[in-house]
Design a protein. Structure first.
Lengths: 115, 114
């Protein structure tokens, strides 16, 4: 089975711009979660989608949004980029939702740099 | 509220020696516990998990972890470290009774010297 894929792998944007990141989960996985990883804050949960519905949300401003399509692929959007949004954005998929014991499988991440 | 603590930013060990990476947790209900490893410029890889049952859990690459409910700990161990084990290790917890998000610790960098 192919693993979780994320595109693009690297992205450079300037302040004020917006960006869309894409994630394709493992085939058959219906849950997709997004995380932000920075040296200072570590791994922080952004949100989780299951069957096209957002089921959990972390403590991020409304500039961070996402969606999931019927094929379970997910996109994450960040509007009005700030320097502090520079981070590695990780996507993870699992068979079921966050509330179960299933482990999550992570993609390689998208490295976003905001100048 | 859920939380995970990894008290050591870095653990240094010689190749061939046993290693321990510490993790303590706090949840209001019963926990699901996970260990992940991250190599440079890579995403996280699942190592092992505790759901219920035997307190000693065996995982990938010879790693194991011991669940201790009284000490609310889930330390990662390996009997004999390899240089290739050098990486960033994350402990994570989910409260099984409240179906909330997965909370990660701050990570521990493991350095295995030859």
């Amino acid at each position: 089975k192919a693993g979780v894929t994320q595109t693009p792998r690297y992205l450079i944007k300037t302040r004020g711009q917006q960006v869309t990141l894409s994630c394709s989960p493992i085939s058959g996985h219906r849950s997709v979660s997004w995380y932000q990883q920075t040296p200072g804050q570590g791994l922080q949960f952004l949100f989780e989608y299951f069957s096209e519905t957002q089921r959990n949300k972390g403590n991020f401003p409304g500039r961070f949004s996402g969606r999931q399509f019927s094929n379970s692929r997910s996109e994450m959007n960040v509007s009005t980029l700030e320097l502090g949004d520079s981070a590695l954005y990780l996507c993870a998929s699992s068979l079921q939702g966050q509330g179960t014991y299933n482990e999550q499988f992570f993609g390689p991440g998208t490295r976003l740099t905001v100048l | 509220a859920q939380s995970v603590a990894q008290p050591e930013d870095q653990v240094n060990v010689a190749e061939g020696n046993p290693l321990t990476v510490k993790c303590t947790y706090s949840v209001s209900g019963n926990p699901y516990l996970f260990w992940y490893v991250q190599y440079p410029n890579r995403g996280l890889q699942f190592l092992l998990k505790y759901i219920t049952g035997d307190n000693l859990v065996k995982g990938s690459y010879g790693f194991e972890a011991e669940f201790n409910k009284s000490q609310t700990s889930f330390h990662l161990k390996k009997p004999s470290a390899l240089v290739s084990d050098s990486a960033l290790y994350f402990c994570a917890v989910r409260d099984r009774d409240s179906s909330y998000k997965l909370i990660f610790g701050s990570g521990t960098r493991l350095l295995v010297r030859p």
